[in-house]
Design a protein around this ligand. Structure first.
Ligand SMILES: Cc1cc2nc3c(=O)[nH]c(=O)nc-3n(C[C@H](O)[C@H](O)[C@H](O)COP(=O)(O)O)c2cc1C
Length: 376
């Protein structure tokens, strides 16, 4: 039976009503980075991780995503590109990451889409994995115990085909030690509404967010899709429905043609485009969203070097996730942590917050009826 972790408001001895805003004491959130004990984490091949820690910890890189989820630094790994974290334990000191978003987790196991499922594209890749995963109960059983021993917060990416699916998955994750938060992948077809994706409709996106909000006190991140004309009303609806933070963006819908040109290449026909090719789109969406919501925005899309991180911070993101680039270099995210700290030191900054929002307009842009302020 899973151990229930009840959240209590600091300084209160009476049981806390379930819907009261809470202070969640996460290990990683409140222990100063420099003084943290090293957890009995995974074995690491990289040389002298303590030295690396010292390089990056004189600068305050902590970031508050709301509801007590305070990350040690703003560099996370994106869902679907870092497994459950455990797979990378031999090559990466996962405890030096700002956070891990694990592979999309569904109520029941899924075998995923027919092959081929991935193909390279100029500046990126297309994937149609189809949410292959062992199901929420197996994820909890196999991985949560290990996560609980790590200081890096693990955020479980949750997917479903109905509001009921999402709620049930989240209920099974609620209170499980080792699970620091939920990231809702709403780029999934809502079977109850003719397969319309939750993420492309403000009402559907808000509906699933509100239902999940009612089901858990865990910090709740909701992941935006770039496959919409104007993301701003959707972002606002999700924020109003109770999300603690937004993550932006998921993959762009695309296809590739097979070698004989007689059919599309991917077994699922459609795939999701990721990698450097999507960075300008992700930047534009983060720029737009940061001007219309007050909750933190975590950027994702094509990060391969520090300049990308700095660009996303400049348009208002408080943190970034690294995805596709991990396949080429799994050590990149940890290196970015050190490089961000170094650039702050070089600029005489005690923390990285002054880098956030520097490229945003002083006055929020008027909402666009077209969605994209592009004139050919
Ligand atoms: C192979 C692969 C699997 C992915 N699986 C998921 C997933 O399960 N859930 C999710 O929300 N996003 C998933 N994504 C999307 C990424 O988390 C990320 O949003 C996207 O790849 C853009 O970031 P990038 O350009 O840095 O890769 C996946 C991406 C890739 C490449």
């Amino acid at each position: 039976m899973k151990a229930k972790r009840r959240v209590v408001t600091a300084g209160t001895s009476a049981p806390t009503p379930r819907r009261t805003p809470t202070v969640r004491k996460l290990k990683s959130a409140f222990v100063p980075v420099a003084s943290r004990p090293r957890a009995s984490g995974p074995a690491v091949a990289a040389a002298a991780p303590e030295e690396a820690d010292a390089r990056s910890t004189s600068v305050d890189l902590t970031v508050d995503l709301g509801r007590g989820l305070v990350l040690p630094n703003p560099i996370l790994v994106a869902s679907g590109t870092f497994g459950y974290g455990i797979e990378y334990g031999d090559v990466v000191d996962v405890d030096r990451l700002g956070g891990i978003c694990c592979k999309g987790t569904t109520l029941r196991p899924r075998i995923g889409n027919p092959t081929p499922r991935v193909t390279e594209t100029p500046g990126g890749m297309l994937n149609s994995i189809g949410l292959q995963n062992p199901g929420v109960d197996a994820v909890v059983e196999k991985y949560a115990g290990t996560w609980a021993g790590w200081r890096v917060p693990v955020i479980v990416n949750v997917a479903g085909e109905s509001v009921g699916d999402y709620v049930e998955v989240v209920k099974r994750l609620d209170g499980v030690p080792g699970i620091a938060g939920i990231e809702l992948n709403i780029s999934c077809p809502n079977v109850g509404r003719g397969g319309l994706q939750f993420a492309i409709d403000a009402d559907a996106a808000a509906g699933v967010t509100a239902a999940v909000r009612r089901a858990t006190d865990l910090p709740l991140l909701v992941k935006l899709s770039p496959n919409v004309a104007d993301v701003r009303p959707i972002a606002r609806a999700i924020a109003d429905a109770g999300a603690d933070a937004l993550t932006a963006v998921n993959t762009l819908s695309g296809i590739a043609v097979g070698p004989g040109r007689d059919r599309p290449l991917l077994g699922n026909i459609y795939g999701g485009l990721s990698g450097p090719a999507i960075k300008p789109v992700a930047l534009r969406i983060v720029y737009e969203v940061c001007q219309v919501v007050r909750i933190p925005v975590v950027a994702i899309g094509g990060v391969t070097e520090l300049a990308d991180v700095l660009d996303f911070l400049a348009v208002g993101a408080v943190a970034v996730q690294v995805g596709t680039a991990i396949f080429a270099d799994p050590t990149l995210p940890v290196r970015l942590v050190d490089e961000l700290a170094a650039t702050c030191r070089d600029r005489g900054l005690a923390g990285y917050r002054p880098l956030i929002g520097t490229a945003l307009p002083n006055k929020a842009a008027a909402p666009s009826s077209k969605g994209v302020e592009y004139r050919p």
